[in-house]
Write a protein that binds this ligand. Structure first.
Ligand SMILES: [Zn+2]
Length: 235
């Protein structure tokens, strides 16, 4: 096994690879959230469409009710008109005539409402046609966007795999206890196990290093760690 200095130099190489692996994995972890966001945006549009659909359904039901109501009123009116010829007195005749006139007026109001409802339904159906088209376009776009993110996930995984292969070239050159210490630090320190001595400070945590520590790192006879952040120091 090589000396401490040589092993540290190898660890510095390894750290570059591991840092990249760490970043790629974080990026990969974010991807499902991206997919979820894309799906949610589409579901939101789908929901609005569904609401429009329900609104149309309600309006059609209401129209049906009004049409039935009109039909029954017209039947009543017809009955009344037949009865009109059977009344005996002028007073009765006049009162029934008034009743018929009131009913006709009410019915024509209802007819107006029915025409208005039909127009609304017609407009709503046109709007639905447009919305349906745009929803389908959106569905296609959503599928494409998801496929794109899935492709990116695949690429990230490929890149990680290839980096893991290259890290395999370095790891056998490190003492197993040192390697496992380094790997534990990788996990605990967000993929950043080594720290450089820069301007008498630790590049990992920016704390000033005592001269004793710095000279030990420079000597390179043993593995020295930053007392503050516990990272392995190199110079
Ligand atoms: Zn530190």
């Amino acid at each position: 096994m090589a000396g401490v200095k040589e092993q540290l130099a190898i660890l510095v190489q390894l750290q570059k690879i591991d840092k990249e692996i760490y970043n790629l994995r974080r990026a990969e972890e974010e991807k499902p959230k991206e997919i979820e966001k894309i799906q949610q945006a589409f579901q939101e549009k789908e929901k609005l469409f569904k609401e429009l659909e329900d609104k149309l359904k309600q309006k059609k039901l209401k129209l049906k009710e009004m049409e039935l109501e009109l039909k029954s009123r017209e039947d009543n009116l017809k009955k009344l008109q037949v009865q009109l010829y059977q009344v005996k007195t002028n007073k009765e005749y006049a009162s029934m005539q008034k009743e018929i006139a009131d009913m006709k007026a009410d019915n024509s109001l209802l007819e107006e409402e029915i025409i208005k409802a039909m127009e609304e339904i017609d407009n709503l159906e046109k709007e639905m046609e447009k919305e349906k088209f745009s929803l389908e376009e959106n569905r296609k776009k959503t599928e494409e966007e998801i496929a794109k993110v899935e492709k990116e996930i695949g690429e990230l995984r490929e890149r990680v795999k290839s980096l893991e292969n290259s890290r395999g070239e370095f790891t056998p050159q490190i003492d197993p206890p040192l390697l496992s210490r380094y790997e534990r630090l990788l996990i605990n320190k967000n993929g950043h196990a080594l720290a450089q001595v820069l301007q008498n400070s630790c590049s990992g945590c920016n704390i000033g290093l005592p001269p004793q520590i710095i000279s030990e790192v420079s000597l390179g006879e043993k593995i020295v760690t930053c007392e503050n952040c516990m990272r392995i120091l190199y110079i």
